[in-house]
Write a protein that binds this ligand. Sequence first.
Ligand code: IMP
Length: 241
Amino acid sequence: MEALVLQEFKRSIGLYYNEKDNIGVDVVLFCFFAIQKQLNMLQKIIFATNNAHKLKEIQHLIGDHFSLQSLKDIGFEGDIPETRPTLEGNALDKARFIYDRFQQPCFADDTGLEVTALNGEPGVYSARYAGPLENFGTEDNRSKANIEKVLAKLANASDRSARFRTVIAYIDGKDEYLFEGIVNGRIIVENLGDGGFGYDPVFIPEGYDQTFAQMPLSEKNKISHRARAFAKFVEFMKHAS
Ligand code: IMP
């Protein structure tokens, strides 16, 4: 079959070779088909997120083990509901929502900041702890309000320990899998640093003396909750494929 395609390809580009050149061209075309085959074999997986920043970060973390498709790539526009009281429930719901519509291997993630003295709050409500987005105009303003709320609630707390936790839910069509990544740390009393996003300016990971917002992103990505959860996921995928 490939030989036929090769012949056809040569004919279509109208090239005629002597014996010697022909060998060189055959080698080039063979490589072309081999690479194309390899690309087609890369498993395509949907990442159920609308967050372009996250998609880029994750594609970087998973390297070339498989090919990620965004919701935009598959032509899905709109919001995926997040209505569960746990990170696991939300991640699973999001992955199921997309799998049910596209019947393609799919994963979703959900992250929360869990503060010990607040019994795990804001947890699953981390993004909307201070209220709905329309009250603040921008995600940045809302993040500032979220931080203020956490700091106010911790004003008299002696225990300021907290952790970020990410849960990934993956559906391959037969089974559902969960992967968890945690980074422990503490909440400081004021904002430090202007990198990162969300609660980064008030969170210092264990073993460090800088907030996530003060660290270079490459440093945060080595130890973050998300990086840890995705490292487990990628390890699983390497053995599954
Ligand atoms: P998501 O599930 O990744 O969308 O995260 C939910 C919320 O958790 C975000 O809106 C942020 O407020 C917070 N969050 C998640 N990951 C991080 C992080 O790496 N640093 C700081 N805050 C985060």
